[in-house]
Design a protein around this ligand. Structure first.
Ligand SMILES: Cc1ncc(COP(=O)(O)O)c(C=O)c1O
Length: 396
């Protein structure tokens, strides 16, 4: 073995030793409550396909039609010659869905976060993150060069202390443009399933003249009268400068998006590097996402959402959760030790339940958990089976 491979092999052994080794599992079926893993049927409680749209005929037909009409690939970035009608239709559908002046789709949520943060901030600015925001936001914040400050998870006092500090920095700055301050949080936290106190965060950012970006990756399609997200449910959408969402979770396809004012979107087209320097998403993904957003807004979308919350309530009725004003489809079953979490996940798999262990670096060391997600496609019987199996496998 050469020295390159020897070095990597040693690092992999260390990951094994720490209970942090990861490997891909091959699924031989569509995304659904029942999947085939290594030829074995499993009841899947780990997907972000919250409304069961990933395998929905309306989305698959839209994707197939888009392939027939526009081909398999987009051919170039949107600003060169890849801005196909299906991408424009998606952007317009997303803006209407979110109730914002405009929206812009990206090839992934990861790319959307990078596009927004990198375009809006530079090294003289300040970015303020909730401790538990997704890695794509942390990476984008680092890359932007802005001064990064982190507030304790959902802690408004800590956030206000940092805003006071940032405001003072702005007052003493001699730069030609005022120091920009951007707060970024998720609405529904991806690994904890708890919700951000968006209303007081909006009030704080207004008091301190900051901007707010909210990642609704796990809120889009699930909250509010039009299922636009938690910001809609809390009545603060039009006070948030940048709303972010993903197309690969409740909306059933793939990609990410940013929505907000027309100047925001025009600026992103000019300055978001992950948008400018990347080939446009394939037509099939764009068309399926448009169909997913339309489905979500329909009466059937409303029914799916209601089914989801009934399944979540069924599960929570027998597995006590921390009190919350709004339910969440993400329910972490806390374990702590990484190796123990892996053992429980294996024991669940042996009983035909798939809930993978989530470990460092996705969550902090010693905070390993099983990230359970319930979807509208699960039946009452599926949830009952899960409860029975968990009883013998996991203790809170
Ligand atoms: C909170 C959050 N933001 C952003 C992303 C990235 O989205 P995508 O998977 O579309 O890149 C994810 C998940 O993958 C997420 O959980």
């Amino acid at each position: 073995m050469n020295s390159f491979n020897r070095d990597l092999t040693q690092r992999l052994e260390e990951l094994h030793h720490q209970g942090l080794y990861r490997e891909l599992r091959r699924i031989d079926s569509p995304q659904a409550p029942r999947i085939q893993l290594d030829g074995k049927p499993l009841l899947n409680f780990s997907s972000n396909d919250y409304l069961g749209l990933a395998n929905e005929p309306a989305l698959k037909n839209a994707a197939a039609e888009a392939i027939q009409r526009y081909g398999a690939g987009a051919g170039a970035s949107r600003l060169i010659c890849g801005s196909l009608a299906c991408h424009h239709e998606l952007d317009e559908t997303l803006a209407a869905f979110k109730g914002t002046e405009a929206a812009l789709s990206f090839s992934s949520g990861y790319a959307a976060a990078h596009g927004a943060i990198g375009a809006l901030l530079g090294k003289d600015d300040v970015i303020v993150l909730d401790k538990l925001v997704h890695a794509c936001i942390v990476d984008a914040a680092r890359l932007s060069g802005a001064k990064m400050r982190v507030f304790a998870h959902n802690d408004l006092n800590d956030l206000e202390d940092i805003l006071r500090w940032a405001d003072a920095r702005r007052s003493s700055s001699a730069h030609e443009h005022p120091v920009r301050i951007l707060i970024v949080t998720e609405s529904v936290f991806s690994m904890d399933g708890d919700l951000a106190p968006l209303k007081p965060i909006v009030e704080l950012k207004e008091n301190y003249g900051a901007w707010l970006m909210v990642d609704e990756a796990h809120g889009t399609g699930l909250y509010g009268p039009n299922r636009r997200g938690l910001a809609e449910a809390l009545g603060v959408s039009d006070r948030i400068e940048v709303q972010m969402g993903t197309l690969g979770k409740a909306l059933g396809s793939a990609g990410g998006f940013l929505s907000g004012s027309r100047p925001l979107i025009d600026y992103l087209v000019n300055r978001a590097r992950s948008f400018i320097f990347s080939t446009a998403p394939v037509p099939a993904a764009a068309a399926a996402a448009t169909a997913g957003a339309r489905f979500t807004q329909s009466a059937e979308g409303e029914r799916r959402c209601a089914t989801l919350w009934r399944r979540v309530a069924q599960f929570c009725a027998r597995t006590p959760q921390p009190p919350s004003s709004q339910p969440s489809a993400i329910i972490p079953l806390m374990v702590g030790d990484e190796t123990r979490a892996m053992e429980i996940a294996t024991a669940l798999r042996q009983q035909e339940i798939l809930i993978p262990a989530i470990r460092y670096p996705t969550v902090a060391r010693g905070q390993a958990r099983l990230r359970l997600t319930v979807t509208a496609a699960h039946t009452e019987e599926d949830v009952a089976k899960l409860q029975t199996v968990l009883k013998s496998t996991w203790t809170p």
